[in-house]
Design a protein around this ligand. Sequence first.
Ligand SMILES: *Cc1c(COP(=O)(O)O)cnc(C)c1O
Length: 477
Amino acid sequence: MASSRQRGAAPATAADIPSLDRVLNAASFQPLLRAYGRSQVTGALRAHLEGLRAQALDGALALEAIGCDVLAQALEGQMAAAARPRLRPVYNLTGTVLHTNLGRALLPDAAVQAVAQALTSPANLEFDLQTGGRGDRDDLVEGLLCELTGAEAATVVNNNAAAVLLMLNTLGNRREVVVSRGELVEIGGAFRIPDIMQRAGARLVEVGTTNRTHAADYENAVGPRTAMLMKVHCSNYAVTGFSKSVEIADVAAIARRHGLPATVDLGSGTLLDLTRWGLPREATVRDTLQGGADVVTFSGDKLLGGPQAGLLVGRADLIRQIKRNPLKRALRVGKLTLAALEPVLALYRAPEFLADRLTTLRLLTRAQGAIRSQALRLQPVLQRALGTAWQVKDAPLFSQIGSGALPVDLLPSHGLAMRYAGKGRPGRHLAGLEALLRGLPRPVIGRIADDTLLLDLRCLEEGDEPAFAAQLAEPLA
Ligand SMILES: *Cc1c(COP(=O)(O)O)cnc(C)c1O
């Protein structure tokens, strides 16, 4: 706040401060009242005048600071800051494409348009346009999901954690679920297979060891209380060396012999073989179903590239049971999710355009050369903004897919590396620079490694480049 005892400025007394009513009636306050409403402006103004009164008592208030125009300006700034949304766009230059803390998959335009439509117009969410009767919201995407995965039936819930919970509760409540010790994973802190199992009312029967599980381990664990055999994708870690896990085909064969379902939590759940785009191999949902899984669950916003959702696909009788569970109602998705999911799934019908149209795949498949050119263009911009205290260089980097997808496979990328050029330990300076970039109008999020702040440019698409450079036009430090 502009408190000043500048030479020549006349000091104001508390009595000079205009009344609340007078200020609110001033012409310069009318735009503020129109924008923010009377109660908000009155509240902020009252607090502001209070502060000025305290300054006046200290003899630290200039007469110039209490003109209505000056007050309006001060309030405008405060109110604009308070009205700024808390959820804001940032630049994800961490090198992790599907970054859970930064909102995972970015949606293609087709999905954005569909969401905008669904938000502003009534839609046939649960209304059958053929019969005029009540519809089922799952019908909007079930056909597509079945077409793309070869499943008999499908349903959608809030996220994959919800999908696993719902599946376990429906098929395994008060009974036993057999899982390999090598697959009792924790995903991002709050999701652990043993905990979700307990909440679902199922009893976990662990088989095998951390590094090796054999088919006989599953076979020997089956008893009269067994509900299903379940496999879980290890997602964010890899067991290498002397290790063995049992293929879904073998687990499914054992399950079938005992008349039990075999289920798989596939985590990321890709719909197409990613090697066709030069990405690492990952079992698709279709492969997993063909391998004998009766129900497969996976996320909508990981490699699939859609909105947050949990997808359950598989045998019609089991999906029907799952949909009849009252928990399904509590975990169901809203129309925004379905509006976004349908066009994303539809993109998979034309795989030859997918790397262009599906944002996630486009980012994952960006050519290193193009990213490097971008780094070369932006290097002088960033160097100028940071001045001589920092050395900015372009550097080859490795991106990762993120969200637990293929954790050991890295994608060659390129970016900018900033090292402190001054004396002393760089730690504090690096933290300061990181905070500075985070404080930009559109925050820039990088990562620190080896005393260097790295900005991986894989997720800065060329269309974003001018705006990114523009906020670095002024010196930063
Ligand atoms: C990511 C993941 C989950 C949780 O999925 P959300 O969609 O984040 O709820 C569960 N299981 C596995 C194996 C995962 O990789």
